[in-house]
Design a protein around this ligand. Structure first.
Ligand code: FES
Length: 129
């Protein structure tokens, strides 16, 4: 919503502490966005932290069958447990599988001191969730 030509700042939700996750670890979280609950996953890969909506781009299903198990055995890729779509951890791009070339829906993050904050995706990006 805009007032006076300025976007209202969105409030972030603290989803983790800095240094909580090491390489190859994930953590699930939930956001309330436009009246809906959105499940996200925080991903630590090498020295990067990324977050995505926990929805495969093949079918609208959660990526994990076993709770919070997203990485391949070698911790190189994020794998959808349903049909094996394989995603790059830092970009969310599907590099193998039925949704090749599609991207996981990114969840904006901000690091504030020791806190990792997650924000709802932009409203227009919510339409596809
Ligand atoms: S639902 Fe993820 S690969 Fe089919």
């Amino acid at each position: 919503m805009e007032r006076g030509g300025k976007k209202r700042p969105r409030r972030g939700k603290v989803v983790a502490r800095a240094n909580e996750l090491s390489h190859g670890m994930t953590k699930k979280f939930w956001l309330r966005c436009q009246g809906r609950t959105v499940e996200g996953l925080l991903v630590s890969y090498e020295r990067n932290l990324c977050a995505y909506v926990n929805r495969c781009r093949h079918l609208s299903l959660s990526l994990d069958w076993v709770d919070n198990h997203f990485f391949s055995e070698d911790k190189r890729y994020i794998i959808c447990a349903n049909h094996g779509a394989t995603y790059e951890p830092t970009t969310g791009e599907c590099v193998w599988g039925p949704c090749h070339g599609a991207f996981l829906q990114a969840v904006p993050l901000k690091i504030s001191g020791e806190k990792i904050l997650a924000f709802c995706p932009e409203p227009e990006e919510m339409e596809s969730l």
